[in-house]
Design a protein around this ligand. Structure first.
Ligand code: ATP
Ligand code: MG
Length: 391
């Protein structure tokens, strides 16, 4: 007998046609994230079993908690001997030191050639536990369930599920480009998007020397934190200095943020297309700041037809902070380094920007070459080099 891990797939069940693709991707993601462990995987349409070769089951369970597409994780007792006597013994051993009062046995036979029907197995094991422990049966509301899964290769017996993170396996829903600033919101927006099965690339706009190397390092650190959930992300850094300085010198100061964000979207769209990203993601939340009123969003969004996902659009800041603490990005995000959006903040940013005025302003200077130059000179930071940091 040995301990193995059983994985339940969760939301995948709603995706009947794509199910095999989802399971295959989940399996690949598990192999990627657990690359420092030695184990085998057996999978089928309903379940996946991880059989560790060393004594590190708890470490593996901890890693699995961060992998999307897993609904529940179970540490099960496995034996290749599925005889009734052996099952009864394993069940008794599992139950005898527990302090709960009531139980229910649930048997599941995926091996239909197994000679004992599920109900009979429930009765035999139930009687054995009743006779040899303090437990009483409660079929409606038991304190503890005792699960027996009989399969071709043997039997798996377990009590409880550990919650997985849910969502879809990363990569099954394509790739998107996250506008990643050093703030609190965008890493959370990224995390929620990864959870939907979307692989992320990251795009950061910096304005050196107005922004510091510390601000850049903070973004790199945030991207690495997100890599714990993502799969093979790539961080791209745009040199935004010339564009920002040009806006600052030539255009209406109260429209600085609006026009700067329009430039960001224009660049993000080009980068997204080049990198086969199917959407752009950002951390905007309606009403949070002047640049996130509905009329500001309308004015900024108007430069692109590309899908812009705003997973936080209706979140309160406190709820965003709660998630950022859970995913361990909060402490990095609150380090006080200036971002390019904060260096050039005008005294009175416009709250309800006027599109006609924007068109007039943008016609005062031709940004085409500067935008193309920024796209051509993007710097790529390889996050994978530091994969060992994530272990
Ligand atoms: P956050 O929203 O992440 O806390 P922030 O408040 O500094 O950071 P905002 O000014 O609210 O950012 O910008 C809204 C969104 O625009 C961000 O969530 C992020 O997706 C994107 N964004 C802002 N600045 C940058 C930047 N320098 N690089 C990349 N994306 C950015
Ligand atoms: Mg914000």
């Amino acid at each position: 007998m040995k301990e193995v891990i059983l994985i339940k797939y969760g939301e995948l069940t709603t995706k009947k046609d794509n199910r095999n693709f989802f399971i295959k991707t989940l399996k690949k993601n598990i192999f990627d994230k657990l690359s420092s462990f030695d184990f085998d995987i057996i999978d089928d349409y309903y379940r996946m079993f991880i059989i560790p070769k060393d004594d590190n089951i708890n470490l593996i369970v901890d890693k699995l908690k961060d992998i999307f597409g897993i609904h529940a994780i179970v540490v099960a007792q496995y034996s290749s001997d599925a005889s009734c006597e052996n099952i009864k013994n394993i069940c008794l051993n599992l139950m005898k030191n527990k302090c709960e009062k009531t139980f229910k046995v649930v048997t599941n036979r995926s091996d239909k050639s197994y000679p004992i029907p599920s109900m009979d197995m429930n009765n035999k094991v139930g009687t054995h536990i009743l006779k040899n422990t303090h437990f009483k049966v409660d079929v409606h509301n038991p304190d503890i369930y005792l699960y027996i899964e009989i399969r071709k290769e043997g039997v798996y017996i377990y009590n409880e599920n550990i919650d997985g993170s849910g969502g879809y396996p990363v990569g099954t829903l394509g790739r998107a480009l996250l506008m990643l600033s050093g703030g609190i919101d965008s890493p959370v927006a990224g995390y929620l998007t990864i959870k939907r099965g979307v692989q992320l690339y990251y795009l950061y706009f910096e304005s050196r020397p107005h922004t510091s190397i510390e601000a850049r390092n903070k973004v790199i650190e945030l991207a690495r934190k997100l890599e714990r959930y993502n799969s093979n992300g790539k961080l791209m850094i745009v040199n935004f200095t010339k564009i920002q300085e040009t806006i600052y010198k030539n255009l209406d100061p109260s429209y600085l943020i609006t026009i700067m964000r329009r430039m960001m979207y224009r660049i993000a769209e080009k980068v997204a297309i080049k990198n086969k990203c199917l959407a752009i993601v950002n951390g905007e939340s309606v009403g949070q700041v002047a640049s996130q009123t509905l009329s500001s969003i309308l004015a900024v969004n108007n430069v692109t037809n590309y899908p812009i996902l705003r997973p936080l659009c209706s979140f309160d800041k406190l709820d965003i902070i709660k998630i950022s603490k859970e995913i361990d990005t909060y402490e990095i995000s609150i380090q006080p380094y200036e971002d390019c959006c904060t260096v050039f903040v005008p005294k009175h940013p416009v709250i309800n920007p006027n599109l006609k005025h924007i068109y007039n302003q943008e016609s005062l200077y031709d940004f085409t070459d500067l935008i193309q130059e920024a796209v051509n000179n993007i710097e790529i930071v390889d996050l994978a080099i530091h994969k060992s940091d994530l272990l």
